[in-house]
Each structure stands twice: as structure tokens, then as C-alpha cells.
Design a protein around this ligand. Structure first.
Ligand code: F6P
Length: 510
């Protein structure tokens, strides 16, 4: 049943009306159990949800909403490999990429076998390149899911990266990016990874062609040694001239592809065992998502909170604040994950929805954000739920830094909640501003895997409640088609049939 037609939705609406006077400070005073009630443990991640705008009635009604919309059945359909990506008639099985061998039965035995038959050579290749002192630079050319996941993970796992190799990520069709990277490289010391699920993406193909031309112009001849393709479209990669290929399957969405061959740069950076640990951490979160009761299921609780905030509290955005500089690309990664998955205005059958879906996600690592836009979070007119991510143990030994960092992240959550009274106005902090606090013990391949799988599943949960297909992305297509047309017009100068504004801009850039 569509979420807004359920009894739980209507009850949540009525509850939200009475919720206007909710205040976090009184909620804590009235309920000494609030912290323990709203602390949820999942593999590698402890979540403190207590500073959110919910009370026991909200929490119970949200679980009811999950029941009435059939969330568990939908989740189980995904884990059975059913084609829940209905607009493309595809299964959604990124989770299978992190399953240990021989854990499936029935129809999933064959795909799981393929996963491991591909993973082993990929990891062997990663180790071979790691041992190859002649290769000093690895350049990943890819965009969207073929860039953000591996880039985010290589940065996040910096402490696990074996020294001796530099990793570069080129995504933008803007030639300044590729030109800047190529400037410092030598053809005989460089390995290019052309990462593209479809092997048709204009940005990536343009960069790949230029990289190949540069390689040849530098005197490079051994393309098989210096270029590898990571793609579901091996035939297109071969046609392009690349014979070293690592494949994956159409049931892996681009923004869910970190765990596939698209993760090759990560495996090269942290080694085969590190990559296996990343997969194992994500798998542990998959198991939690599949088996924990809804009330104790962290992706479920977070996804339901997202629905409450969007549809009942009408918050339009969420700010991501990772208090660990290595997690600096996590906000960008999550933007694609959530906004490309759930930024939809129609249901699975294409019918327009009368309620809001994905919020805007944005953020920067703390403490940087504190000295930039946190002013607005504390005293602006909009309420923006903040998601803090903190790591208990540092890997550096610099004195005082980590205590100060942790003090800052905790203080920010506290300040948002408590606020500060001031008669004069300017120094008044209203407080009662919501936040979630995610705590990892350490930042390791396994804990990163769990954190990312948690985010994937929470996006699944809100998308499922909203009744949308979280696994297609038709909204990116129109721009691609129009760019082709405009590119031709830039070349030819033909303005016929164009709207006045576009024609004027074209004339200016020609
Ligand atoms: O244009 C959007 C998109 O299709 C994303 O969904 C995807 O991650 C990205 O482009 C890159 O696609 P590909 O890996 O096929 O080059």
C-alpha cells in the first residue's frame, strides 16, 4: 500500500500536529531512558539517535509504517535477487558482491560463483600491480559511481595505503582536470583504469581517449600493461583497444558498485586482504539489515527517521559532518547515493507522488564546517538535521589533536541541542536542533564497509517507504541528450529552433 494511504501515515500526520511544541531538552528531562532507548548498535557502528525530534509515539508509529508498507518483504525480495529495479527489469544485488563463497542456494549460486570467479583475478591483479615497482601512478578515469566510491574509499583508508604508489582520480570532462594530472606523469610508470559500468559515458570516454592519445604520444606502446577497463561492457572496452578487463553485471547499480571491479583502485591501494575486510564489514551490515528486528535495525531506524523528517517535520536537507579528515569525500559520495536513488517524483509505476522524497544532502568535514556554515545550523531560520560521524581511535600520535577533535564534535551536537538563552538576541541560540551521532571505534576497511552499507540500506528503507524505484536514474538522461545537440551546434554554429536564452549563451561562448 502506498505510504500515505496507510493508517500509520495518517496517525503520524496527526502526531506531527501535536509535535510542534516538542523540545529535546524536556524530552531528556522526562525520559531518563532516552539515551539507552535511542542508542542502536550495528556491526562496527554505534548510533546515538537520542538528539532527534522523535518521541516513543513517533518511533512506534514509524515502525508501524514500515510494517504497513511491507518494508521487510521488499527488503527480502532484494535479497532473493528479484528484479525490484522494475523500470530496467533488473535485480539489485550489490550485496551479493560482499557475500562469502558458497553461502547461497538456488538461483543465486551461479551469480555468486561469478562474483568470486571475478574477484579472485581482480585481487591477484591488484597484488601484481602493488608489487610492480615500475608502476608508480594509478589513474582512475570514471565518473559518478565509477569515481566517487573508489575515491572516497582510497582517501578514507589512507592509513592502510601502502606507500610507493600515487592514486589519481579524473572524473570531469573538463580537460583542466586530466591535463593537470597528466602533467606530472610518465607513460611507462602509469597505469590507467578506465572505470565505466556502461563504457559509453561521454565524460569518461572523452578522458579515456585523451589518456590513450597522451600515452601513445609519450612513446607508450604496451596498452595491455598500462590500461585496464572495469566495466559490464567488456565488448566495448575491447573495441576501444583495451584487452585487460575486469567485469561486473547489470544488477550492480553504478552508485552501488564500489564492491565490484570498480573497487580495483581500492584493492590496489590497501591490498587484497584489506579489500576483503571492506567486503566483510559491508556483509556484516547486510546481515544486520536482514535479520535484526525492525526496532533494533539501524538502517531501518535511520531510513524511517529520514521519512519522518522529510514528510512530517518538512526538513528539506540533511548536513553530513564527518569528524575525520579522511572521510572528506563521504558527503559527495552520499549525495549521489541518496539523491540519485531517491530524488524521484513518481512511484514505481510512474504515477506522480503527492509527498516529498529525497532531501538535499550536503556537508564538509568537521571542524572545517564549524568555521563556515555551522552559523546557519545554530542560528539560521531553517532546521537542518546534522549527521555527525566520529571515530574513537586516531591512527596518528600527535598530542592533543584527537581529544580536541572529539571534544568539538560532541560540543557541536550538544550546542545544537541545548542552545543558549540571551535576551539581546544576537547571542541567542534556540537549541532544540536535531542531530544523529554515528561512532566508529576505528576507521578500518571493515568499519568503512559497514558504514557505507549502512548508508546504502537506509536509502533503501526511505525509498521503499516512499514506493519509488531507488535503483534507476532517468533524471540524468535529458541533460546528456541535450549536451550532444548543443555540442554539435557549438561546432557548426547552427542556432535554428533554439530557445532564445540558450541561443544567446551559445553565441557568447562560440
Ligand atoms: O549519469 C549518471 C550515471 O549513469 C551514474 O548513475 C553513474 O554512476 C555514472 O553516470 C557513470 O556511469 P558509468 O559507470 O556507466 O560510466
Amino acid at each position: 500500500m502506498r505510504c500515505d494511504q496507510t493508517a500509520a501515515w495518517k496517525a503520524l500526520q496527526a502526531h506531527a500536529d501535536t509535535f510542534k511544541s516538542f523540545d529535546l531538552r524536556s524530552a531528556f528531562e522526562q525520559d531518563p531512558q532516552r539515551v539507552s532507548r535511542l542508542s542502536v548498535s550495528a556491526p562496527h557502528v554505534l548510533a546515538d539517535l537520542s538528539k532527534n525530534h522523535t518521541d516513543p509515539v513517533t518511533e512506534a508509529l514509524l515502525i508501524e509504517l514500515a510494517r504497513q508498507t511491507g518494508l521487510a518483504a521488499h527488503r527480502d525480495a532484494m535479497f532473493r535477487g528479484e528484479p525490484i529495479n522494475n523500470t530496467e527489469n533488473r535485480a539489485v544485488m550489490h550485496w551479493l558482491l560482499r557475500q562469502p563463497e558458497a553461502t547461497q542456494s538456488g538461483e543465486l549460486v551461479a551469480p555468486l560463483q561469478q562474483v568470486h570467479d571475478t574477484l579472485e583475478p581482480m585481487l591477484a591483479f591488484a597484488e601484481q600491480v602493488r608489487a610492480d615497482a615500475q608502476i608508480t601512478d594509478v589513474v582512475n578515469i570514471g565518473i559518478g559511481g565509477s569515481d566517487l566510491g573508489p575515491q572516497m574509499a582510497v582517501l578514507a583508508l589512507h592509513d592502510f595505503v601502502t606507500p610507493g604508489k600515487r592514486f589519481h582520480f579524473v572524473s570531469n570532462v573538463d580537460g583542466h582536470e586530466l591535463a593537470g594530472v597528466l602533467q606530472g606523469l610518465k607513460a611507462e610508470k602509469t597505469l590507467f583504469l578506465i572505470a565505466s559500468k556502461t563504457f559509453t559515458t561521454l565524460d569518461t570516454m572523452t578522458n579515456a581517449r585523451s589518456a590513450l592519445a597522451w600515452f601513445r604520444a609519450q612513446g607508450g606502446t604496451d596498452v595491455a600493461r598500462h590500461f585496464a577497463a572495469l566495466t559490464t561492457n567488456v565488448a566495448a572496452a575491447n573495441e576501444f583497444g583495451i584487452t585487460t578487463t575486469f567485469g561486473f553485471w547489470d544488477w550492480v547499480g553504478g552508485r552501488y558498485s564500489l564492491w565490484s571491479a570498480i573497487g580495483l583502485p581500492v584493492a590496489m591501494a590497501i591490498g587484497a586482504q584489506g579489500f576483503r575486510d571492506l567486503l566483510a564489514g559491508a556483509h556484516a551490515m547486510d546481515q544486520h539489515f536482514q535479520s535484526a528486528p525492525l526496532e533494533a535495525n539501524l538502517p531501518v531506524r535511520m531510513g524511517l527517521l529520514d521519512v519522518w523528517y522529510r514528510n512530517f517535520m518538512h526538513y528539506t536537507s540533511r548536513s553530513i559532518a564527518p569528524y575525520h579528515s579522511a572521510l572528506r569525500r563521504v558527503p559527495a559520495y552520499l549525495q549521489q547515493l541518496e539523491m540519485e536513488s531517491n530524488g524521484k517524483r513518481v512511484d514505481r509505476n510512474g504515477h506522480a507522488l503527492p509527498y516529498d522524497t529525497a532531501p538535499v544532502l550536503w556537508g564538509e568535514p568537521g571542524t572545517n564546517g564549524q568555521h563556515a556554515y555551522f552559523q546557519m545550523l545554530h542560528q539560521g531560520t531553517d532546521v537542518v538535521p546534522v549527521e555527525f560521524i566520529a571515530v574513537k581511535k586516531p591512527t596518528h600520535s600527535l598530542k592533543d589533536h584527537h581529544e580536541l577533535l572529539l571534544a568539538n564534535v560532541i560540543a557541536q551536537a550538544q550546542a545544537l541541542m541545548l542552545g543558549q538563552a540571551d535576551q539581546g538576541g544576537h547571542k541567542h541560540f534556540p537549541g532544540n536542533r536535531p542531530s544523529t551521532f554515528l561512532l566508529l571505534d576505528e576507521l578500518t576497511p571493515a568499519s568503512l564497509g559497514a558504514l557505507i552499507a549502512l548508508q546504502e540500506h537506509r536509502v533503501f528503507v526511505s525509498g521503499s517507504i516512499w514506493g519509488i524505484n531507488s535503483f534507476d536514474q532517468w533524471g540524468v538522461e535529458l541533460g546528456k541528450v541535450l549536451a550532444k545537440d548543443i555540442h554539435a551546434r557549438i561546432v557548426t554554429g547552427n542556432m535554428s529552433g533554439l530557445d532564445a536564452s540558450t541561443a544567446a549563451l551559445l553565441n557568447k561562448v562560440r
